[in-house]
Design a protein around this ligand. Structure first.
Ligand SMILES: C[S@@+](CC[C@H](N)C(=O)[O-])C[C@H]1O[C@@H](n2cnc3c(N)ncnc32)[C@H](O)[C@@H]1O
Length: 214
């Protein structure tokens, strides 16, 4: 079984269908906007974005994931990315900004900033602060044919560790993770971004614009 450096099981990401992520992004940017997608996995969100008319450059540090991506792709650590070009939007989904490592978060946001046009949009999916209070073992559901369940939730200060258990086609996978509770201010201001707008009512998606609040 192939697993990425962050513990994502490749087979699971091939079985998981899109869940409306591309439509959220599409509604937040101009028609035909160029998009740099950071942490694209196997292209679950990339492919519907391309179908919606976007030119997408998809970045991941897992060759096993990128082998399935049908778009221009780059194998790199997000924080190290230096493409020398800018995009109308940079997508940082899958709660990557909630990484427990502050230096990694800063490096990801700096990479997003240097690849974004001055009038571009940073599009983020994160765990908002309230999720850290409500997350509990046993939560989950069905996405496509994959049953997803959260287990072993442990809190320690601003950190929450848990295991995601996946089951499909008689197989089981699991992914352990630790994530960090952040305020929106911690996330954006330190990286020289400001909130542009919330993209979903549950505040799990938002767009940012370069520069601090004036
Ligand atoms: C949970 S998967 C989600 C994939 C995709 N965004 C989706 O929703 O289907 C996270 C992906 O981000 C990649 N990733 C995590 N941290 C990364 C980093 N620092 N640099 C490059 N890729 C990273 C992993 O290899 C994995 O493919």
């Amino acid at each position: 079984m192939e697993v990425t450096a962050d513990g994502s099981p490749v087979e699971v990401y091939l079985l998981l269908p899109p869940d409306g992520e591309a439509e959220i992004v599409h509604a937040a940017v101009s028609p035909g906007a160029s998009i740099l997608e950071l942490g694209c996995g196997a292209g679950r969100v990339t492919h519907p974005l391309v179908d919606l008319g976007h030119e997408v450059v998809a970045v991941d540090d897992s060759p096993s994931m990128l082998a399935h991506v049908r778009a221009e792709s780059v194998c790199a650590r997000i924080g190290d990315l230096e493409l020398g070009r800018t995009f109308d939007a940079v997508l940082l989904a899958s709660h990557l900004v909630n990484t427990p490592r502050v230096a990694d978060r800063r490096a990801m946001l700096a990479a997003a900033k240097r690849h974004l046009r001055p009038d571009g949009r940073l599009i983020v999916q994160w765990h908002p602060p309230g999720w850290f209070d409500s997350a509990a073992s046993g939560q989950g559901g069905l996405l496509g044919e994959v049953t997803i369940e959260l287990a072993d939730v442990v809190r320690e200060g601003d950190l929450l560790s848990a295991t995601v258990q996946y089951a499909a086609r008689g197989q089981r996978w699991h992914q352990e993770f630790t994530c960090r509770r952040l305020s929106l201010d911690d996330l954006l201001t330190s990286a020289d971004f400001r909130l542009h707008t919330w993209l979903t009512a549950d505040h799990t998606w938002f767009s940012g614009a370069p520069g601090r609040m004036g």
